[in-house]
Design a protein around this ligand. Structure first.
Ligand SMILES: [Zn+2]
Length: 143
């Protein structure tokens, strides 16, 4: 089996990511968005205190060390808080998801009736294209 089709799709997704104005404005987040383009959730991780954080930054917010590297996240999370945005044609769920590793991300909950979302609901990461073109992590219910 050839992966050349997937390879060219991935190359196109990564090229769109590098041209995205948000990514260009925040170069410290580039590795995160490039990973999203290949369906991988990365988190900044501090080798000094062993904790992951969000957003990406040069110094650890917990211990102020600069020993930051990117680490694979499990993709597992739960709903920390949420609101249902009803002014859209199709209501959607804006939420803070608390990752298994600790950090809390602002995101969307997808593939669920908004009325069924609740605090503590277990989630798994998925990736969707933003209006600007980069792929971004969203979350769907997960048992
Ligand atoms: Zn630290």
């Amino acid at each position: 089996m050839s992966n050349s089709n997937n390879d060219s799709e991935l190359a196109a997704a990564q090229a769109r990511t590098l041209q995205d104005t948000y990514v260009q404005a925040f170069p410290e987040t580039q590795a995160f968005w490039l990973a999203s383009a290949r369906g991988q959730l990365l988190l900044p991780h501090c080798a000094s205190c062993g904790r992951s954080h969000w957003h990406p930054r040069a110094f650890c917010p917990f211990c102020h060390a600069d020993a930051i590297s990117w680490q694979d996240a499990s993709g597992r999370a739960e709903v920390y808080s949420f609101s249902i945005v009803r002014r859209a044609d199709a209501p959607y769920v804006l939420a803070y998801a608390r990752l298994e590793e600790g950090p809390i991300l602002m995101t969307n909950i997808v593939d669920v009736e908004p009325a069924a979302v609740h605090t503590g609901m277990r989630l798994m990461v998925a990736f969707r294209a933003t209006q600007q073109g980069r792929m971004a992590p969203v979350f769907r219910p997960h048992s």
